[in-house]
Design a protein. Structure first.
Length: 386
């Protein structure tokens, strides 16, 4: 379905651009003009939001309240998938404030070619086309059900970038090289195709995630056969890049076998309160596929503990209320000591001087990829390819 233009969107788009500028997310007049002059509601005619019961409900984007939401610094869930017992968001239109910060970080200049991984609704491609001209914008996404409507909607507002249905990990070799590559999805490592398709001296901006919430955006510059750069100061997160023939997600059943309780000096819920530590824990023993959650008091429904569950049934929960001695009670069960990985990560973070994201960097070569603190070959480095 294509939503028709109406006169109500223009002042809202201008107000959004003004708000992003006032907040410091926008500094380049060219990007501000792109936000103010792009009808976002045309590109996101289907939007879903969760009700009080956690159920996804459609939002009428043509209503005044719907338009207000579309032209606000809000992530919009635009596609759902049936997961058997529940529906799950699989595509979204990124928060405009994050989107423009990423576009400014990408340091785009006139005459450059940009490849976008993750077409989604086409809104980001629209902003890039406004800035560079549609003939210099290329975008890929996994599903024709996303790409074809995005192409149609972009054409309806006079923009015709090159959109292709493709697994994002393959990039788009037909139009290489690209001066800039931007990925609006997360990946555990940089796919080889991306840096091979990037021009020498070009920039790649992507979200490196080793697990849910475990990582951040990194800006890498190609220098010959090497990519290198630093993570952004502000944390951001995107949905995991999808591929064909993916295994369905399963819920792990934690085991209480051999459960034991002790105290820990590593604070609970690092995935919320110290994402650097949560990132490092994925290098210090946290198994692939580990998931976090919460325990709630059955009477008050208030959270009482943070939890980690692994595919092998291992389980850990850490009470949110500290002990009188200023530590926290942790209970672990199963074959893998999950909280031990968090403790080791916390110790490494403390030993490195409690670094924020700005001290982290990443290097990619043909044979290896690793993250580091302060310098690529210094004391603190962890391989991404092990």
């Amino acid at each position: 379905m294509t939503v028709q233009l109406d006169t109500a969107w223009e002042p809202r788009a201008q107000a959004l651009a003004d708000e992003l500028e006032a907040r410091g997310d926008l500094t380049d007049p060219a990007w501000k003009a792109a936000v103010a002059e792009t009808p976002r509601h045309v590109l996101v005619p289907e939007v879903y939001q969760q009700d009080s019961n956690g159920e996804w409900q459609p939002l009428d984007v043509t209503s005044p309240s719907g338009l207000d939401r579309v032209y606000s610094p809000t992530t919009l869930v635009t596609a759902l998938a049936d997961r058997g017992t529940h529906r799950e968001g699989i595509s979204s239109s990124t928060k405009p404030d994050l989107m423009v910060r990423m576009l400014e970080t990408l340091d785009v200049h006139d005459g450059q070619k940009v490849l976008e991984i993750g077409t989604g609704t086409g809104y980001n491609a629209a902003l890039l086309s406004h800035r560079l001209g549609a003939e210099r914008v290329f975008s890929v996404d996994l599903d024709a059900d996303l790409v074809d409507p995005a192409r149609e909607r972009l054409a309806s507002i006079g923009l015709r970038p090159t959109l292709v249905t493709r697994d994002g990990a393959e990039g788009l070799p037909e139009h290489v090289p690209y001066d800039r590559i931007i990925a609006t999805c997360s990946v555990p490592v940089v796919p080889d195709a991306w840096w091979e398709q990037l021009a020498d001296g070009g920039l790649l901006l992507t979200d490196i995630k080793r697990g849910t919430g475990a990582g951040n955006l990194v800006l890498l510059r190609r220098n010959g056969d090497e990519l290198e750069g630093r993570f952004t100061d502000r944390w951001a997160a995107f949905m995991l890049m999808r591929h064909h023939h993916e295994r369905p997600r399963v819920l792990y059943t934690p085991t209480d076998a051999d459960a034991h309780t002790r105290t820990t000096s590593a604070p609970p819920n690092p995935w919320e309160h110290n994402r650097v530590v949560w990132f490092l824990a994925h290098f210090t023993g946290l198994p692939s596929g580990a998931r976090f959650g919460m325990r709630f008091d059955p009477d008050t429904r208030q959270p009482t503990a943070g939890t980690i569950t692994a595919p092998d049934g291992s389980h850990a929960f850490v009470m949110l209320e500290p002990t009188p001695g200023g530590k926290w009670s942790v209970t672990e069960s199963g074959p893998t000591p999950l909280w031990a990985a968090v403790e080791e990560a916390h110790q490494a973070w403390r030993a490195a001087g409690e670094p924020g994201w700005g001290r982290f960097g990443m290097t990619t070569t043909a044979g290896d990829q690793w993250v580091w603190i302060d310098e690529p070959h210094g004391k603190y480095q962890w391989s991404l390819t092990v």
